[in-house]
Ligand binder design. Structure first.
Ligand SMILES: CC(C)(COP(=O)(O)OP(=O)(O)OC[C@H]1O[C@@H](n2cnc3c(N)ncnc32)[C@H](O)[C@@H]1OP(=O)(O)O)[C@@H](O)C(=O)NCCC(=O)NCCS
Length: 194
């Protein structure tokens, strides 16, 4: 599929391409999240392992430059399953009924990041829609810092609801929100239409 932001193309990323360009993608992750290089370096092995998970899907946004196309944003996720660290943390954060309704068989949006120079131009929304389009799952889940951020506003605007708020993952002092949405996402042109 192709996005509509002028000179920016949003497309599915083949797994092999992402593995070969993981450093490039994680540089965007570090800049977008404000993480230093040691955090980014520490993420590399996990990110490569994620590409091997069942249901893995990745999308990227490419901007046209004089030298050719440049990756300016990416997102990926996979089928969440017991035994995965995030899944087990989220399972513990939710009551049994909520976990059964939302977490079982869900797609986890693991990463979604846009280079700071390309943010607030619709790229993140296009990436989210591309990532979640035509998935064979009933729900998509994610966690995001529990604060008034661009990410939180984007997810809320796209129909994500609270599954847990103020949750603390081990090793991170920040409170997180665990959000979920029923798939398919509402088309972008019908947002706000109920
Ligand atoms: C979150 C992120 C992926 C969104 O991508 P983006 O390209 O900046 O967002 P978009 O331009 O598509 O905007 C989508 C929505 O985000 C929110 N948003 C975007 N820019 C914003 C800004 N400057 N201030 C407040 N909200 C903003 C709005 O709700 C916007 O919808 P609207 O345009 O209808 O108002 C991107 O900002 C990012 O990488 N942020 C840092 C990393 C991060 O937090 N990743 C998510 C981790 S869970």
């Amino acid at each position: 599929m192709t996005g509509t932001t002028p000179a920016t193309r949003v497309t599915d990323l083949p797994i092999r391409w992402l593995r070969e360009h993981m450093h490039e993608a994680l540089t965007i992750y570090g800049l977008a999240m404000g993480y230093d290089s040691s955090v980014v370096a520490g993420r590399y092995g996990y990110a490569v392992q994620h590409t091997e998970r069942p249901g893995f899907r990745a999308v990227g946004a490419f901007a046209a430059t004089e030298e050719g196309e440049r990756l300016v944003g990416f997102g990926y996720g996979y089928l969440t399953a017991p035994g995965q660290w995030w899944h087990d943390q989220v399972r513990a954060a939710l009551d049994r009924r909520t976990a059964k309704r939302w977490l079982a068989g869900a797609f986890e949006v693991c990463e979604l990041h846009v280079h700071p120079d390309s943010q607030s131009r619709g790229v993140g929304r296009q990436l989210l829609h591309a990532l979640l389009a035509d998935l064979p799952y009933d729900t998509a889940l994610l966690s995001t810092p529990d604060a008034d951020t661009k990410a939180f506003r984007l997810y809320r605007a796209e129909g994500f609801v609270d599954l847990a708020r103020g949750y603390h993952f081990p090793g991170d002092a920040r409170p997180f929100a665990i959000l979920g949405v029923r798939l398919p996402l509402r088309p972008a042109d019908r947002r706000g239409g109920g």
